[in-house]
Design a protein around this ligand. Structure first.
Ligand SMILES: [Zn+2]
Length: 365
């Protein structure tokens, strides 16, 4: 997720704001200043309502940050890198680099966020009601109680056992522990997430036609899209855990001259899919041109573009062994931010190529 405004770093993790937060901050602010506060604590000036509402909204975003920090700090303790925390439209997102390594770690990382929110709920409710009991009802105490309620809602909503919510990850941890198969567990939780997302879409449409806000529909759409993406990824990993690199790779053709046109390469390839090692002007192989790169090309460019124009240079590659599990390559693609692998056989010969197309094909088989 793109951060539009960097706030700073906490424990080495960049924390930022997404522009969408400005919209939602305004919504919360208006709601609090013109609805909740005047209803719950009447008799103050407009200025006082807006001032206290602003403090409340800032503390709410502080609470969301604390929830995300809960996930992030526990992830770091489990040896997992956290790329960034972004506060946005629907709360916060901690971008965690890898999956947890054990069901226990998955549970601890997932549960840490809602745990922080529950502690904040107890804290704000105790502080708010405590103030009311000792110094009497006040605008400020009402705002503190509102913070308690909204943190409670945040915890409860996030604990719904549907991916991508925290409760979904907790369910994943449980099923993973039960079945001993994390990919199957993730696929199931993502399916539950899709079903939940679809029910939310229905609820959102119903709410809109009955005078409700569009907010539920936006939230539902986000949940459904995220659950669908998770399901695709989980299914790919399920396949990747079963198949070897050798089963999924595209074989290498004999090296082609960099000056050969794309049309020429296509004619050479014939039916089967191949990847060509491409020679540079000095005659040495400078990289690989996968057939998948040619498919996206416009027909008129095939006559004029040559292999050297489209070659993927060696610097973009990681290496893989044909006997290793495809899963290991997917992992390295992610941690090293690459999408091309050169495959060697057990005697060290270059035999094949794995790219995103090969992964997608493996996922479909
Ligand atoms: Zn969370």
């Amino acid at each position: 997720m793109k951060q539009s405004l960097r706030l700073g770093t906490v424990s080495g993790i960049p924390v930022g704001l997404h522009w969408g937060l400005v919209v939602i901050a305004f919504l919360y602010l208006t709601n609090l200043a013109t609805g909740f506060l005047p209803d719950a604590a009447p008799g103050s000036s407009t200025f006082a309502y807006w001032g206290v509402a602003l403090v409340g909204v800032l503390l709410f975003f502080g609470s969301v940050l604390a929830h995300e920090l809960g996930h992030s700090l526990v992830a770091q303790r489990e040896g997992i890198k956290v790329r960034a925390i972004t506060l946005w439209l629907l709360g916060g997102v901690a971008e965690i680099e890898q999956e947890a390594k054990t069901p226990g770690a998955e549970f601890r990382i997932a549960a840490a966020g809602p745990a922080v929110s529950i502690v904040l709920t107890a804290f704000f409710l105790a502080a708010g009601f405590g103030m009311e009991a000792t110094v009497g009802e006040s605008l400020f105490a009402t705002m503190v109680i509102w913070l308690g309620i909204i943190n409670g809602l945040l915890a409860v909503f996030n604990l719904i056992p549907a991916a991508p919510l925290d409760g979904g990850r907790i369910l994943t941890a449980g099923l993973w522990k039960l079945w001993g198969d994390q990919h199957r567990a993730r696929t199931r939780t993502a399916q539950v997430g899709q079903a939940f997302g679809m029910s939310m879409v229905a609820l959102g449409v119903f709410a809109m036609f009955n005078g409700g806000s569009i907010f539920i529909l936006i939230l539902a759409w986000f949940l459904l899209a995220a659950a669908t993406a998770e399901r695709r990824r989980a299914e790919l990993f399920e396949v990747a855990a079963r198949s070897s690199v050798g089963d999924s790779m595209t074989r290498l053709a004999p090296p082609a001259d960099g000056a050969v046109t794309v049309a020429g390469l296509r004619a050479m390839a014939g039916e089967g899919s191949v990847a060509w090692p491409v020679r540079g002007p000095a005659g040495d192989v400078v990289g690989i041109l996968p057939a998948s790169a040619l498919r996206r090309l416009k027909p008129k460019n095939a006559e004029t573009m040559v292999a050297r124009d489209l070659v993927v240079p060696w610097t973009d590659f990681i290496s893989a062994r044909s006997s290793e599990k495809l899963e290991a390559v997917v992992d390295r693609f992610r941690t090293q931010d690459r999408s091309h692998a050169l495959v060697y056989d057990d005697t060290g010969n270059q035999v094949g190529y794995i790219g995103m197309t090969e992964l997608a094909m493996a996922g479909r088989s």
